[in-house]
Design a protein around this ligand. Structure first.
Ligand code: NI
Length: 294
């Protein structure tokens, strides 16, 4: 029965997100108030999104996707972000400190909350490149991520290979993810990371935002081995590294306490991608050798 209910919720979420009119379909469940305004202006993706993950959130949470609600989210989250920043004191200056940017792609997912707790234990800031569909499935997790002061980047709506899409298709993938992130957090991400790192000049022309690649690839998605992920991250890190992880794999999240501990011991400060570049990341971030290096 529980499985049926969850699947029904997933179907609702899918219906909500793929509604051709772009309006929120709120009539499906009795007793749930309709959002105040229709959610419009979100372009449909070029291809039908593949299976939307099973949401852990309630219909009520998903049905709040409106501009009104987006503003409320921002009003709620901004003081929390400021408090999180205040608690950490002065921002790290990566021209002096040994900084590393831990980046987590493809979430939010069911292991992200555990990761947030691990990061908090080390007062570590990270950057999450989220997939729009997964934001729709786990809006509460994204809000907690933002409230903890982490940075959010756009990783497209459905994890599309942008080099295979038309210019309009690329823009739609980014815009739809932006809209969802804004609806949930009240904020639009400043950074973009193309899925698979697949990018070309045509893709880059579709956004003026920094395209953030990485300098250390842990290959965590391939090996699914915590010890191996830890070894790779710790061995390859240099001041200014941008390390690529995926928080949708439990093996990665289980590796993080060791990664955080080992890098802390070596004097690394864990900062967001924007902080790594003094708040002003360049248009293309490869970051092999340090801040400011493309
Ligand atoms: Ni990805």
């Amino acid at each position: 029965m529980i499985a049926t209910a969850v699947l029904a919720a997933a179907a609702c979420a899918a219906g909500l997100l793929t509604a051709g009119t772009g309006t929120v379909q709120a009539a499906a469940r009795p007793g749930v108030p309709a959002p105040e305004t229709a959610w419009t202006g979100v372009p449909a993706p070029e291809t039908a999104p593949p299976g939307v993950p099973v949401p852990e959130t309630s219909w009520t949470e998903l049905s709040g996707l409106s501009e009104t609600w987006s503003k409320a989210s921002k009003a709620l989250l901004e003081p929390m972000v400021a408090a999180a920043e205040g608690a950490r004191g002065r921002p790290v200056d990566c021209r002096r400190a040994k900084c590393v940017a831990l980046t987590f792609d493809d979430g939010p997912g069911r292991y992200t909350d555990a990761l947030l707790r691990q990061l908090a234990a080390y007062r570590a800031q990270a950057t999450f490149f989220v997939v729009g569909q997964n934001v729709a499935a786990y809006p509460g997790i994204l809000r907690r991520t933002v409230a903890a002061g982490h940075e959010i980047g756009n990783h497209t709506w459905s994890h599309a290979d942008l080099t295979r899409l038309s210019a309009a298709g690329v823009r739609a993938q980014l815009a739809r993810a932006d809209q969802m992130i804004k609806a949930v957090t009240g904020m639009v991400p400043r950074l973009v990371r193309p899925p698979y790192g697949a990018m070309n000049a045509a893709v880059r022309r579709q956004t003026s935002r920094p395209m953030v690649m990485w300098s250390v690839d842990t290959l965590d998605w391939l090996h699914r081995d915590s010890a191996r992920v830890t070894r790779k991250a710790v061995k390859s890190v240099r001041p200014g590294s941008v390390i690529l992880f995926h928080d949708i794999h439990p093996t990665t999240v289980r590796a993080m306490p060791q990664v955080l501990k080992a890098l802390s011991k070596r004097g690394y400060k864990f900062v967001t991608v924007s902080r790594l570049f003094g708040g002003n990341p360049p248009r293309l971030v490869y970051s092999g050798a340090g801040p400011g290096v493309l």
